[in-house]
Design a protein around this ligand. Structure first.
Ligand SMILES: Cc1cc2nc3c(=O)[nH]c(=O)nc-3n(C[C@H](O)[C@H](O)[C@H](O)COP(=O)(O)OP(=O)(O)OC[C@H]3O[C@@H](n4cnc5c(N)ncnc54)[C@H](O)[C@@H]3O)c2cc1C
Length: 387
């Protein structure tokens, strides 16, 4: 392992891989990414990886649109195939209240991304397996969809490597040296790397990484269960992701034969990312299936294929922590994405890389700086509950 680096990125989830890729493309000197297990070994690989330009904060809308353009041109920009399925994203709702639909359609419109309002009748035509009540409408985002989070991350890391970054898997960061208020080195279980700049992309472990530099981050880890179901013959996996705000459940295809589904929202439980139960409690799986069957009767006959519980790295206001940490020169963060971090990541890494090298970012990430300013009207982000 190299003894010195211009920039050390900690964590090989989608954020670390994206940042390493964009830094390497910018040719900023020696960029080293350290991952304690393997690329995409954390919650990234279990992500729903759904992409929709519907949020209540313009920064997310812009990031998701820019990431969508990257996914559409993945082979040219990154190389390979991120498994992007642009089948559209459908929000089913009985209100246009912004907090209920998890976004402000004016922001989407202003940003120039298309969406289409559907009547109850049009919903029934688009989703013949669903039963829709009077007053229920749809908001269809035709450019939405989902990607393969594992391939997305591995391909970003591979591309970073091709552009000259060093990617070290199986290397755990154990300490960060700070001298006179400046980062000087990263200690690992495979040796020390001297560096003036570290970026904390450690997701559910990022508060621990921050503590190594003497920075307290208020990130809590919350479990998010997902269930898998065999597709019944009478339903199809063709058509948009079905995000049902009335029953508070989403359903999206995983290949042709399997659906993944989850409830909106989270329990209040806080867990240790190194010691939690990754199964789905039977009661939760039953409740989820009931919610789904309220809409899609055919799912009564869909065998359950089990599920898994993965982790959200939640900040108090639901917004991520991105940018330099003022107190410690050379300590940057890109973490605390609070269940919303997959879709913004491919483009977000570019804006963060631009900030690091001192140029104007394509998309201003100031909304996510830490510590937060206390401007009046800053809203708590709860859009993450609306997958
Ligand atoms: C079930 C689920 C569904 C989701 N659905 C969506 C969705 O539909 N759309 C969306 O946009 N977002 C979604 N998200 C959120 C999104 O997946 C996450 O915000 C994003 O993947 C977080 O990526 P990350 O790179 O920040 O962190 P992680 O994936 O947690 O990666 C952090 C990495 O850091 C490594 N690491 C930790 N400590 C150390 C150390 N000491 N030394 C070296 N390496 C270390 C870990 O091993 C890990 O690989 C979902 C999340 C979950 C859990």
């Amino acid at each position: 392992m190299t003894p010195t680096a211009e920039i050390v990125v900690i964590g090989g989830g989608v954020h670390g891989a994206s940042l390493a890729f964009h830094l390497a493309v910018a040719d900023v000197g020696r960029v080293v990414l350290l991952e304690k297990q393997h690329i995409a070994s954390g919650p990234t690989a279990q992500s729903g990886a759904m992409i929709r330009a519907l949020f209540n904060t313009r920064t997310y809308v812009d990031l998701v649109i820019a990431s969508t353009r990257m996914f559409e041109n993945w082979d040219d920009i990154v190389g390979g195939d991120a498994g992007f399925v642009q089948q559209g994203f459908l929000r089913i709702t009985n209100t246009l209240d912004k907090s209920s639909i998890g976004g402000d359609l004016e922001l989407t419109r202003d940003a120039g991304e298309p969406f289409q309002m559907l009547t109850t009748e049009e919903l029934s035509q688009l989703v013949p397996a669903g039963e829709f009540q009077d007053g229920e409408i749809g908001i269809l985002f035709p450019t939405g969809g989902y990607a393969d989070p594992f391939r997305t991350t591995v391909e970003l890391a591979d591309a970073a490597r091709r552009h000259g970054a060093e990617i070290h898997e199986g290397v755990q960061v154990t300490d960060i040296h700070v001298d006179g208020g400046c980062v000087t080195a990263v200690e690992t279980d495979s040796g020390r790397i001297s560096t003036p700049l570290v970026v904390n992309c450690a997701g559910s472990w990022s508060d621990r990484i921050a503590a190594m530099a003497g920075v307290q981050l208020p990130i809590l880890i919350q479990p998010a269960p997902t269930c898998l179901f065999r597709r019944p013959d009478s339903m199809t996996t063709i058509g948009p992701i079905l995000s049902d705000g009335v029953n508070q459940v989403y359903l999206r295809a995983m290949g042709d034969a399997v659906y993944r589904a989850a409830h909106f929202g989270l329990s209040a439980e806080i867990v240790d990312p190194d010691d939690f139960d990754d199964a789905v409690p039977a009661g939760q799986a039953r409740m989820l299936k009931e919610g789904l069957c309220n809409r899609y009767d055919a799912l009564q006959r869909a065998p359950g294929l089990g599920g898994f519980t993965a982790l959200y790295d939640m900040t108090p206001d639901g917004h991520p922590i991105v940018g330099p940490i003022e107190d410690i020169k050379g300590f940057w963060c890109d973490c605390g994405w609070s269940g919303n971090g997959f879709a913004p990541a491919p483009a977000g890494g570019r804006s963060l890389a631009q900030m690091i090298i001192g140029s104007d970012p394509d998309i201003d990430l100031g909304h996510f700086r830490w510590p937060r300013s206390t401007e009046v009207g800053r809203r708590v982000n709860r859009d993450w509950i609306h997958h």
